[in-house]
Design a protein around this ligand. Structure first.
Ligand code: PEP
Length: 250
């Protein structure tokens, strides 16, 4: 039985006070939820304050990105050890905005996934197709390629050490959501690829989130699908009531 995992990706929003205030309002609204891990991913600048706000709440702290080296002359980058030092447990890797705007390639993302696992961080590897790719029938081949690149040589001891996020690019921030059937179809495909890569036992315990315009009114139906184990939420996670309603829908 996989426990749901619901993450808020705050992207490049919130100054430190705003991040702390948002987290403060959210904490009581999700208190007592036992069938879902809740994770907040503020910008790097909010992590230090957020670690203190979330202490003792059971809510996990995540980062939106990282570099794969431990330390060195990599101006502007943040290492796995630096994230761990801030109380971070999870890190989003390969969000479509990073693939698209920062040209992060599959092999580069693979280095990040491996470095995260080695450091004891849980990577959330994002995959997803564009509208053009979906309409030309290429969804499965695109997702397969992203999984093969991103997971090449990755070794995990437990399924809980890795999270996947299926985020169709055409559904991110657009208000268009994949239907529960469309999402489930891709999630089942991802589960099959994970089974090939890690074997059925591990693949059965790896959680696969759906992301793309998840809102309080569509969350329950999406997460009611057999292979949808949670949500990666962008826009709606910036409102405490909306995000809490999504968490409570499981
Ligand atoms: C995201 O940022 O990963 C995302 C899915 O955004 P939104 O929920 O706003 O579509």
């Amino acid at each position: 039985m996989r426990k749901y995992i619901i993450a808020g990706n705050w992207k490049m929003f919130t100054l430190r006070d705003e991040a702390a205030a948002l987290a403060h309002s959210l904490v009581p609204l999700v208190a007592g939820i036992e069938n879902a891990d809740v994770l907040l991913c503020p910008p790097f600048t909010g992590l230090d304050r957020m670690e203190k706000v979330l202490e003792g709440t059971g809510i996990f702290l995540g980062a939106q990105n990282m570099y794969h080296e431990d330390e060195g002359a990599y101006t502007g980058e943040i290492s796995p050890a630096m994230l761990k030092d801030l109380g971070v447990s999870h890190v989003i890797v390969g969000h479509s905005e990073r693939r698209q705007y920062f040209n992060e390639s599959g092999s580069f993302l693979n280095l990040k996934v491996k470095a995260a696992v080695e450091a004891g961080l849980i990577p959330i590897l994002c995959v997803g197709e564009t509208l053009e790719e979906r309409e030309s029938g290429a969804t499965e081949s695109v997702i397969a390629g992203q999984l093969e690149d991103g997971l090449e040589g990755v070794e995990i001891a437990r399924g809980e050490d890795l999270v996947l996020a299926y985020e169709p690019i055409w559904a991110i921030g657009t208000g268009k959501t994949a239907s529960p059937e469309q999402a489930q179809e891709v999630h089942a495909f991802i589960r099959a690829k994970l089974t090939q890569a890690f074997g059925a036992d591990l693949a059965g315990t790896i959680r696969i989130q759906y992301g793309g315009s998840v809102k309080p009114d569509n969350a329950a139906e999406l997460m009611g699908q057999p292979d949808i184990d949670g949500a990666l939420v962008g826009g709606a996670s910036l409102n405490a009531e909306s995000f809490a309603a999504i968490v409570r829908s499981v």
